[in-house]
Design a protein around this ligand. Structure first.
Ligand SMILES: [Zn+2]
Length: 152
């Protein structure tokens, strides 16, 4: 199965979530909700498959509430930090993949295609910003205003 089209939507962030993407397989099947994320610890870029958050129930009103939410979205009850119950395999992850590759090779193929498309979109955005003479503020470590910019 080949990825025949990728669209990348930059968030404008430099850390955390950098972009949303969707990919088309064999011109007939589209997957939304792919994400490019910068890992805070080492700055490396990773591709995250579409996922949903595991949810529990509000003790006050019974509404479904994602584990990361501190408050119930329906009744406003304060929920605080809760432990995620382990699944059958003992995993206590909050994010559950909805679709994902099952071979390492295919995973690497997706990572390569998505990160390449992200880089292309990032470079295009950078070129447009430079053309508009509009230098976005960087959160530390960036080129100071009036500083040198590389041509590439
Ligand atoms: Zn509630």
């Amino acid at each position: 199965m080949r990825i025949t089209e990728v669209e990348v939507f930059l968030t404008g962030n430099e850390y955390g979530l950098l972009a949303d993407a969707r990919m088309t397989f064999d011109d007939v099947f589209v997957v939304h909700g792919v994400r490019v994320v910068r890992v805070p610890d080492d700055g490396r870029l990773i591709v995250c498959m579409p996922s949903r958050q595991k949810q529990d129930e509000c003790p006050d009103c019974g509404a479904k509430v994602p584990y990361r939410n501190d408050y119930c979205g329906k009744c406003g009850a304060k929920l605080g930090r809760r432990n995620v119950p382990a699944d059958r395999r003992g995993a206590t992850r909050i994010d559950l993949d909805i679709v994902h590759p099952i071979s390492r090779d295919y995973r690497e193929y997706i990572d390569y295609v998505i990160l390449e498309a992200y880089q292309k979109e990032f470079d295009r955005g950078k070129a447009e910003r430079a053309q508009a003479g509009n230098h976005p503020q960087r959160a530390g470590g960036g080129t100071p205003p009036g500083g040198t910019r590389d041509a590439g």
